[in-house]
Design a protein around this ligand. Structure first.
Ligand SMILES: NC(=O)c1ccc[n+]([C@@H]2O[C@H](COP(=O)([O-])OP(=O)(O)OC[C@H]3O[C@@H](n4cnc5c(N)ncnc54)[C@H](OP(=O)(O)O)[C@@H]3O)[C@@H](O)[C@H]2O)c1
Length: 311
């Protein structure tokens, strides 16, 4: 089968190569999915799991990409809950071969059924961004109606979903990003937008929750904005500074079939709209990783709705 692989950690995006790889093995509780559409996260080539398995052993050449939408073509030993021919979407394991491939093996519990009226290219934009936004806002920061949340990178993959979920719960949303992200962030429901390179963050005043996706200096400067008892959640890097009288949390998104099903239902009813920035074929993965970002999520289309594979 064809897949995108990486072998050399120092090669960066230029190391992403279209390769012939063996068809995957379905272990216990796995399914094999024919991938129709795959998502990736900018920066995942730096994640330890891209290069090592759970025991810390080198696993190159590895296949990146951890979001997928596709069709189950095989069940592993003892696998229940999904059937061959079923449309599914979800996450692949961080330390196994991922979704930038024609087929991938994934634990069934990491996937949720996908209704026939949701396009694979839209569903593939949801698993990491949707689950990360939900878990950050509600499981970790406990955001509720009437609170104020500052969401960095509000036009990006995670931020654009976080803005929509926060607005729906009745929070006041301040989005940030680059100047060109303003219209997207406001269009998604942010009430205020700050250009991180022109506006002063301190003008925001105190907020109940900061949701950071950028890290570094922006994360540090945001710490001061958290009101006493408030929470800073970051998904970029573990925070080095704590808010005074508040909490700072770094977490890695976890699979959750029930929540994925809920997010897909929101999508069907128009309550949630993942932004699909660009759709590219598997062979253009390297340039899709490298390209200056458009708002939302870049999706790699591996096969069309009929299952015909494209390179
Ligand atoms: N811990 C976890 O579980 C988890 C889960 C998902 C993602 N992540 C991490 O979270 C980060 C964001 O993921 P994502 O998928 O949302 O990425 P993304 O789609 O690239 O979104 C990030 C957004 O922030 C903007 N941005 C980044 N740096 C900026 C800066 N210095 N000034 C202004 N705007 C800036 C980006 O704009 P430009 O595109 O113009 O730079 C983009 O709009 C990545 O580092 C990813 O690895 C972690």
């Amino acid at each position: 089968m064809r897949a995108i692989t990486v072998r050399d950690r120092d090669a960066g995006v230029s190391g992403l190569t279209l390769t012939d790889m063996p068809y995957p093995h379905a272990a216990e509780n796995d399914v094999i999915v024919q991938v129709h559409a795959a998502g990736f996260t900018p920066g995942e080539l730096d994640w330890p799991g891209t290069w090592s398995d759970r025991a810390g052993r080198d696993r190159a050449p590895s296949i990146p990409g951890h979001e997928l939408s596709g069709v189950v073509v095989e069940l592993g030993y003892g696998t229940t809950g999904l059937t061959v021919g079923q449309r599914v979407f979800g996450l692949t394991d961080w330390t196994r071969n991922g979704s930038l491939a024609e087929y991938t093996a994934v634990e069934a519990r990491n996937l949720a059924p996908l209704a026939a009226d949701i396009d694979h290219t839209v569903a593939a934009a949801l698993p990491i961004s949707g689950l990360t936004a939900w878990q950050g806002l509600f499981d970790h920061a406990h955001l509720t109606t009437g609170q104020t949340v500052l969401i960095h990178g509000a036009a990006g993959g995670v931020g654009s979903i976080a803005v929509q979920l926060a607005r729906e719960v009745g929070a006041r949303v301040i989005g940030t990003g680059r100047a060109g992200d303003r219209d997207v962030a406001l269009g998604l429901g942010a009430q205020t937008f700050l250009d991180l390179h022109a506006d002063d963050l301190q003008h925001v005043g105190e907020v109940d929750v900061v949701f950071d996706v950028i890290g570094g200096d922006i994360l540090e400067r945001s710490t001061k904005l958290v009101r006493p008892g408030g929470t800073l959640v970051t998904i970029a890097t573990p925070p080095t500074v704590q808010p005074k009288d508040g909490r700072a949390i770094f977490f890695v998104v976890e699979p959750d079939r029930t929540r994925l099903t809920d997010l897909a239902q929101r999508l069907r009813t128009g309550r949630l709209n993942p932004i699909v920035g660009a759709v590219r074929p598997l062979s253009e993965t390297a340039s899709a990783f490298a390209r200056r970002r458009t708002p939302g999520k870049t999706i790699i289309q591996v096969a069309d709705e009929q299952g015909t594979q494209h390179s």
